[in-house]
Design a protein around this ligand. Structure first.
Ligand code: HEC
Length: 234
C-alpha cells in the first residue's frame, strides 16, 4: 500500500507532463518554428503568437532609430555647418531689392546691414507695410529663417515674397546676414551637442534582434530535448 501511494502520484505527474509536452510538440513547436523562421528571415511568420510579437517590438525599435535619422537638423546645427561664402553667393538674389553694406540706401526693400537682432521694420526712411510694422520684436536667426522660408506664411501681408525651401541654403544666407555686423550675433546652440551615432544605435538594435533570435532558438531546442526525454521515459 505504501509503495503504491508513493508511485501513483509520480506516475500521473509523468503522464500529465508527457501529454503537455506532446501538446506543445504538436501545437506549440510548429508555431514557435514558424515564428522563428518568419520573424527571423522576414515578415512572413504566423500571427498572434507571443514570440512573433516579441519580434515586432524589436523591429519597432529599429524603425524608431531610422525615423530619428530622418528628422531635419535644428537651426543651431544648420548654422554651425553653414557657409558664409555660400550665403554671400546666394544673397545676390537679395541684392536686387536690398543693399547689404553699412549705411546702404533703401531700395525696393530696406538696407539689411546688421539685421540680426535689429528691431523689425525699423530702418529710417523705409515705408514698411503695416503687416511687417505690426510684427514687433527683433529679428532673431530663427525669425529670419521663418521669414525667408515662407514670408507670406510667417507674416501675411508683408510686401516681400520669398520661399526659400532648402534648410541648408537658408542657413548659409542667415550665416552671411549674421556676418554683416560690427559685432556679429552668436548663432543659437545646436540642440543636440553629442548625438549618439545613428549607426551605433542601429548596431545595438541589431544585436538585440540577434540575441533574441539566439535565445528563442535555444528555447525551442531545449523544449524539443525535454519533449524527447519525457516521451522516452514512457
Ligand atoms: C523682390 C524684392 C525683394 C527681394 C528679392 C528680397 N526682398 Fe527682402 N524685402 C523686400 C521688401 C519690399 C521688404 C519690406 C517688406 C514689408 O514692408 O512688408 C523686405 C523686407 C525684408 C526684411 C525685413 C527687414 C526689416 O527691416 O524688418 C528682411 C530681413 C529681408 N527682406 C531679407 C531678405 C533676404 C535675406 C533676401 C534674399 C534671400 C530678400 N530679402 C530678398 C523685398 C525683397
Amino acid at each position: 500500500m505504501a509503495d503504491k501511494s508513493n508511485k501513483d502520484p509520480m506516475l500521473s505527474n509523468k503522464i500529465a507532463g508527457a501529454i503537455l509536452a506532446a501538446l506543445l510538440l504538436v501545437f506549440g513547436l510548429p508555431q514557435l518554428t514558424a515564428a522563428l523562421l518568419g520573424g527571423g528571415e522576414g515578415h512572413g511568420g504566423g500571427e498572434g503568437d507571443e514570440l512573433h510579437l516579441a519580434y515586432c517590438c524589436v523591429e519597432l525599435e529599429t524603425e524608431t532609430v531610422a525615423v530619428a535619422e530622418e528628422a531635419p537638423p535644428d537651426l543651431g546645427t544648420l548654422l554651425a555647418n553653414a557657409s558664409v561664402a555660400g550665403g554671400e553667393r546666394r544673397a545676390a538674389l537679395c541684392k536686387s531689392c536690398h543693399t547689404l553694406n553699412e549705411g546702404g540706401a533703401n531700395a525696393a526693400g530696406p538696407n539689411l546691414w546688421g539685421v540680426v537682432d535689429r528691431p523689425v521694420a525699423n530702418v529710417d526712411g523705409f515705408n514698411y507695410t503695416s503687416a511687417l510694422a505690426a510684427a514687433g520684436g527683433a529679428w532673431t536667426y530663427d525669425r529670419l529663417d521663418q521669414y525667408l522660408k515662407n514670408s507670406q506664411d510667417y507674416i501675411p501681408g508683408t510686401a516681400m515674397v520669398q520661399r526659400f525651401a532648402k534648410d541648408g541654403q537658408r542657413a548659409d544666407i542667415l550665416a552671411y546676414l549674421g556676418s554683416l555686423s560690427a559685432s556679429p550675433v552668436a548663432f543659437p546652440a545646436p540642440a543636440i551637442v553629442a548625438a549618439p551615432g545613428v549607426d551605433e544605435a542601429a548596431n545595438a538594435a541589431e544585436d538585440v534582434v540577434e540575441s533574441v533570435t539566439d535565445a528563442a532558438q535555444g528555447a525551442v531546442e531545449n523544449t524539443a530535448d525535454a519533449v524527447e526525454e519525457a516521451l522516452g521515459d514512457h
